[in-house]
Design a protein. Structure first.
Length: 289
């Protein structure tokens, strides 16, 4: 389990934040995250607040990563991983399931992080920074579109010509995300600009293999854009299905065995004057079944 619970007994009264920083050596940012995520509490389950005076026995949920994926490339500043489908990129809450962060931090330490994110359902190439300075540089490259990303997907229906999908996307706010279907974004004229270029590579009777170039990087952009033009990705569990089916999927998400036929195939970028290109295929790209 990525999180383990450790107990501490305080013989002197102290503020919770000071205990995390001075006694356990967490940075201010790390201590704040622990408090915000309710990972410091009393044995009876009472959540401890930032400025609360604590004494006696307290419990702390500590992240202990488990390495189960090896990088496919390592640079002094970054590493490349091939994320399988149905795997979270980042840990979520107090969890007992794996995430890509397990392997990244388990191999390279607590300051190593994914630079970008792939959906739980999406497989593909992920770039991880190995220290904070590299994280700042690499994230900036994504923000200013200096990283070229190429995806491939099998979609329902026949798409016979390349096109640019230009449809604004409105992402859910914090309150909406707490609702059962709050994870879903939608096409909305009041949303943020979203551009996706698609090119057909293979056409079967009822499906098309696409090469996809996301120009912007909105949440679920490729998935919602393809649904919006009437060509949902094969095995899409959230867009193009009714609310009941989507809720059923979300309730059992971590148990799902189906593979979304969407794959982040390659990353192409320049770093410190050197070009880097990484590409990984999935079996379904050839099969389309």
């Amino acid at each position: 389990m990525p999180f383990v619970t450790k107990e501490f007994f305080l013989t002197d009264s102290t503020k919770a934040f000071m205990f995390l920083e001075n006694s356990l050596g967490y940075s201010s940012k790390e201590a704040q995250k622990i408090i915000d995520k309710a990972r410091l509490y009393y044995p009876n389950g009472e959540i401890i607040k930032k400025s609360q005076i604590i004494f006696g026995k307290v419990c702390l949920d500590i992240f202990e990563p488990q390495v189960f994926l090896k990088p496919i490339f390592v640079h002094r500043d970054f590493a490349i991983f091939h994320k399988p489908y149905n795997l979270l990129t980042h840990p979520k809450g107090k969890f007992s399931h794996q995430s890509l962060c397990d392997s990244i931090k388990g191999i390279f330490g607590k300051d190593a992080n994914p630079v970008h994110r792939l959906d739980f359902e999406t497989s593909g190439v992920v770039l991880a920074s190995l220290h904070k300075d590299a994280e700042i540089k690499l994230k900036k490259m994504f923000e200013v579109n200096m990283v070229r990303k190429i995806y491939r997907a099998w979609v329902w229906g026949r798409i016979e010509k390349e096109m640019m999908i230009d449809l604004k996307i409105l992402s859910p706010n914090k309150e909406q995300k707490k609702q059962s279907l709050g994870i879903r974004s939608r096409i909305d004229k009041n949303g943020k600009e979203a551009l996706t270029f698609i090119k057909p590579l293979d056409i079967r009777e009822d499906r098309t293999l696409l090469e996809i170039f996301p120009i912007t990087g909105r949440t679920h952009q490729i998935r919602i854009h393809l649904f919006a033009i009437g060509h949902s990705i094969i095995n899409e569990p959230l867009y193009g299905v009714d609310d009941k089916e989507a809720c059923l999927y979300l309730d059992h998400k971590l148990e799902s065995k189906k593979q979304l036929f969407l794959h982040a195939r390659s990353l192409d970028f320049y770093y410190e004057g050197q070009r880097y290109f990484f590409s990984v295929d999935e079996d379904f790209l050839d099969l389309g079944k």
